[in-house]
Design a protein around this ligand. Structure first.
Ligand code: NAD
Length: 366
């Protein structure tokens, strides 16, 4: 099949690598640094009749919903030229978005195929997805299966595939991310309790996880969930509940915020008796090996510490500028680890081994 992929970020870039194994693709992005194969949306429209929309959907605090402007405008432009196109929405959208788009453009085939990849393993996850989910309107059920078969052909191993309505597929995406956020929040709150009472959080977590209904995975305490997706997707899900009773999704969001407050207060308590203290934030990224520092909770923690510590600095090679929010950023370590009174690290790395006595981390591998 022929596909045009619009938006070449983490999702579009990974989809391009996977689809080009079997299909003919054109790629387009407004940012020329992403090396699109065509230089205009018009060329991408000309190339194919099926479009993968991998565009950003940031959460807008003003409207309390995702900003879908890039999706709206791109869909309008494509359908003006080719009204019967297939639009495969990969961006995460508010529930109800794709049905509204379909109703507005009855000749088009709007499918929603959420993406579940992790940024740190984008291509690997796209090639070995945990599942493929495709939502469609009733009229397009058979057509959705054709697209599903085209996706399956590109994978290295078979993957479960599920077909459902547009809104059900949208719900799968938002509830999946909300569960991940909930699980992170649960183990973080367990850890806050253990740390506050002088208990070993790793011992408790290990034994809690021996129950096969809970499991021993995805339970490493952190300084709060962050990244591009979990913060915005939980807020969007909460917004979708507007007319439906809920307590848990809002609590997950609040719990994450409380966890970051606790981390900040714990850091301040650790240095409160020392005049002229120096604190080094070791990495803004949240996971070892990750190349992304978008919306990380380390950034929020750094901002909250600003002005409250005599000498605050950040070590982060992925941040290109010399300051972050007015805080000096070091790109290469010299003697900063030995000089610092306290090193704040969300995740343990071998480099920190000689300085463990002054590392503040809740990583269970420490
Ligand atoms: N990053 C993830 O791990 C992940 C996982 C699953 C789903 N998603 C969802 O997928 C969508 C994209 O996420 P991402 O991480 O790939 O975003 P991204 O910011 O990495 O990439 C988006 C790309 O779209 C381009 N773009 C913006 N406006 C455009 C326009 N009008 N025309 C053409 N290109 C345009 C940008 O230049 C950028 O390269 C979001 O809705 C996100 O929630 C992301």
């Amino acid at each position: 099949m022929k596909f045009s992929i619009i938006g070449l970020g983490y999702v579009g870039g990974a989809m391009a690598k996977v689809l080009e194994r079997v299909h003919d693709i054109a790629t387009y992005d407004i940012d020329p640094k992403k090396n699109p194969s065509v230089s205009s949306l018009e060329e991408a429209i000309d190339f194919a009749d099926a479009f993968l929309l991998c565009l950003p959907t940031n959460f807008s605090d003003e409207t309390q919903a995702f900003d879908t402007k890039a999706l709206d405008e791109t869909a309008e432009t494509i359908l003006k030229v080719k009204p019967e196109s297939t639009l495969i929405v990969k961006s995460t959208v508010p529930m109800g978005y794709c049905s509204t788009l379909q109703e507005k453009h009855p000749a088009a085939h709007v499918l929603f195929a959420p993406e579940f990849l992790r940024e740190s393993k984008a291509e690997k996850d796209a090639l070995h997805p945990s599942r493929i989910v495709i939502g469609s309107a009733l009229k397009d059920e058979a057509f959705a299966q054709e697209i599903g078969d085209a996706f399956l052909k590109t994978l290295e191993d078979p993957s479960p595939i599920r077909y459902m309505s547009l809104e059900e597929a949208e719900a799968v995406k938002l509830f999946s991310n909300a569960y991940l956020a909930l699980r992170i929040g649960f183990f973080n709150e367990l850890d806050t309790y253990a740390a506050s009472k002088g208990l070993s959080s790793s011992k408790i977590i290990e034994s809690v996880g021996l129950d096969p209904r809970i499991g021993g995975h995805y339970n490493n305490p952190s300084f709060g969930y962050g990244g591009y997706c979990l913060p915005k997707d939980t807020k969007q899900l909460e917004a979708n509940y507007k007319d439906v009773p809920e307590a848990l999704i809002s609590a997950v969001i609040e719990s994450n915020s409380k966890r970051k407050d606790w981390v900040v207060q714990t850091i301040l308590d650790k240095i409160k008796d020392k005049k002229d203290s120096s604190v080094l934030i070791y990495r803004l990224r949240m996971e070892n090996g990750s190349s992304s520092i978008r919306y990380t909770s380390m950034k929020d923690i750094a901002c909250s510490l600003k002005g409250k510590i005599s000498h605050l600095a950040i070590y982060e090679p992925l941040w290109e500028e010399d300051t972050y929010f007015g805080i000096p950023v070091i790109h290469e370590l010299k003697d900063e680890l030995s000089i610092a009174d306290l090193i704040v690290a969300n995740r343990y790395e071998e480099t920190l081994k000689p300085y463990l006595s002054k590392v503040f981390s809740r990583d269970k591998n420490l």
